[in-house]
Design a protein around this ligand. Structure first.
Ligand SMILES: [Zn+2]
Length: 409
C-alpha cells in the first residue's frame, strides 16, 4: 500500500531561526525553501501527488508554474535527489477546486499536456466530484437526481477520451481512470465501465466525506466486478484507519493531506506519535492573531499586556525544556496568556499531558531532533508546517506497522 502525499506547495524556510524568529535575507522563495522529503533522512511517504487545480490557482506564481512545466516535476519538486530512493509523482486535476461548477473548466487535452509537460509517473483522468453519498437513491427505483447521474456519466466519458488519447499519443505515464458514485452499486458500475475502456488502475473519488464503513461497503461492491489485475487508488482519504481491510479489496495506494493539515487545522489532534495524538500548545503571535487584534482595537486588552504574556510563554517553555521550570509552573504562564487569546476554552489538561510526556524528545524524526519543543508550538507557519511534516513521518510509520512491515525505522 503506497501513501501519496498530496502537496499544496507545502514548503518551509530552512534558514528560519526559531529563537529570533527571523529569516536569512538571501532567501529565494521556493528555491531556498525545503519540501518534507528534503528534510527527512528516512522515508515519510511513498509518492507525491500534484493537483493541476492547485498549480493553476493561487499558490503558484506564474513564473513558478512556467518553471514546473519547463523542467518537469522531478526537478521542480526535487524528488529525484531524495535519499530514500524512488519517489513517483502522480498528477490529478484537483476536481475539488471546481466542484461547484456545472462542468470541469479543463479539457482532456489540457490535462494530458500538463501531465506530459510535468513528466509525471501517473496521471488521473479528468473527473467531476459527486459530493452526495445516498445509497437509498438506488433502492427507491428512481435513482439519483439528474445532476448527480450526469456527473458520473461525464466522468466516464472524459475517462474514455483520456484513455484513447493517452494510447494514441503513446504517453509515458500510467493512466488512472476515476470512478465517481453515490452508492456501492454506482461505484461498482463505474469501475466495470472503466475496466471495459481498458483501465487497470482505477481511482475511487468522492471518498472524502465517507465513513470508513461506507468506503468498505463500496469496495465490497466493486470486488464483484474487479478483475484480478485491476488495482485501486483511494482519492483524498481523511480517515486514516483500516488499511489492512482496504488492501484485501485491491487498494494499492491512496493519497491524503490529513496528517499535515491536522497539525494546524484540528482542534485537538495536532501532534502525532505512534501511540496517540497530542494537542499543540497555542502561543499565537499578538500581531498575527485576529481575535486578539480585535480585542486590542476595541480597547478591551492592552497591546503591551498581550505582548508581555506572549513573550513570557516563550521564556517559560525555554526554561521548561532546560528542566528549570516544572509542568505546573509552565502551565500557569501558558494559561495566563490563554485568558487573553482564547477565553472560551481551557487547554489545561491537554497541555498538562503534552508537557508531562514531552513527546518531541522521544521522536526520532529529523525535525523533532532539531527543533525540540518548538515543534509542539501552535505558532506561525514555520512551526506549524514542520509539525505537519513530523506527522507525515509518524503516520507513515503507523501505516507500515498496521500493514505488518518491518522495514521502517
Ligand atoms: Zn518528530
Amino acid at each position: 500500500m503506497r501513501f501519496f502525499f498530496a502537496d499544496s506547495f507545502d514548503v518551509v524556510d530552512p534558514s528560519f531561526d526559531f529563537e529570533l524568529e527571523s529569516r536569512a535575507r538571501a532567501r529565494v522563495r521556493h528555491r531556498s525553501d525545503a519540501y518534507a522529503h528534503e528534510l527527512f533522512t528516512a522515508r515519510a511517504y511513498d509518492g507525491f501527488l500534484v493537483s493541476k487545480g492547485i498549480v493553476d490557482t493561487g499558490r503558484y506564481s506564474i513564473a513558478q508554474r512556467h518553471r514546473l512545466l519547463r523542467i518537469g516535476g522531478k526537478e521542480f519538486f526535487r524528488t529525484g535527489s531524495v535519499g530514500w530512493g524512488d519517489m513517483p509523482i502522480m498528477g490529478d486535476c484537483g476536481a475539488f477546486t471546481y466542484v461547484r461548477e456545472d462542468t470541469p473548466p479543463v479539457t482532456v487535452d489540457q490535462v494530458l499536456q500538463f501531465y506530459a509537460d510535468c513528466d509525471f509517473d501517473y496521471g488521473i483522468s479528468v473527473d467531476h466530484v459527486i459530493l452526495a453519498y445516498q445509497p437509498s437513491w438506488d433502492e427507491s427505483g428512481f435513482g439519483p437526481p439528474t445532476a448527480i447521474r450526469d456527473r458520473q456519466e461525464l466522468t466516464l466519458t472524459l475517462a474514455e477520451e483520456f484513455f484513447a488519447k493517452h494510447q494514441d499519443a503513446k504517453l509515458r505515464f500510467t493512466p488512472l481512470g476515476v470512478a465517481q458514485g453515490w452508492s456501492p452499486h454506482s461505484y461498482r458500475r463505474a469501475v466495470g465501465i472503466l475496466q471495459n475502456i481498458g483501465y487497470r488502475y482505477i481511482a475511487l473519488g468522492g471518498m472524502v466525506p465517507l465513513k470508513t464503513r461506507e468506503i468498505l461497503e463500496c469496495l465490497e461492491a466493486v470486488a464483484e466486478v474487479r478483475k484480478s489485475d485491476t488495482q485501486l487508488h483511494l482519492l483524498g482519504v481523511t480517515r486514516l484507519e483500516r488499511f489492512t481491510d482496504f488492501a484485501r479489496y485491491g487498494v494499492v495506494s491512496f493519497d491524503s493531506t490529513s496528517p499535515l493539515r491536522q497539525a494546524f487545522k484540528d482542534a485537538d489532534d495536532n501532534y502525532y506519535t505512534l501511540e496517540r495524538n497530542y494537542t499543540a500548545i497555542r502561543v499565537p503571535q499578538v500581531e498575527g492573531n485576529p481575535r486578539l487584534q480585535k480585542e486590542i482595537l476595541a480597547g478591551k486588552i492592552r497591546q503591551e499586556r498581550a505582548r508581555e504574556r506572549e513573550q513570557a510563554c516563550l521564556v517559560a517553555l525555554r526554561r521548561f525544556e532546560a528542566k528549570e521550570l516544572s509542568v505546573n509552573e509552565t502551565l500557569d504562564v501558558l494559561l495566563r496568556y490563554e485568558e487573553l487569546h482564547d477565553a472560551l476554552r481551557s487547554h489545561r489538561e491537554a497541555y498538562r499531558e503534552i508537557l508531562t510526556d514531552r513527546p518531541w524528545s522521544a521522536c526520532e524524526c529529523d525535525i523533532c531532533k532539531k527543533l525540540g519543543f518548538h515543534v509542539a508550538l501552535f505558532r506561525g507557519a514555520e512551526r506549524n508546517r514542520r509539525r505537519g511534516f513530523h506527522n507525515l513521518w509518524v503516520f507513515y510509520r503507523r501505516l507500515r506497522r498496521e500493514l505488518g512491515a518491518e522495514d521502517v525505522r
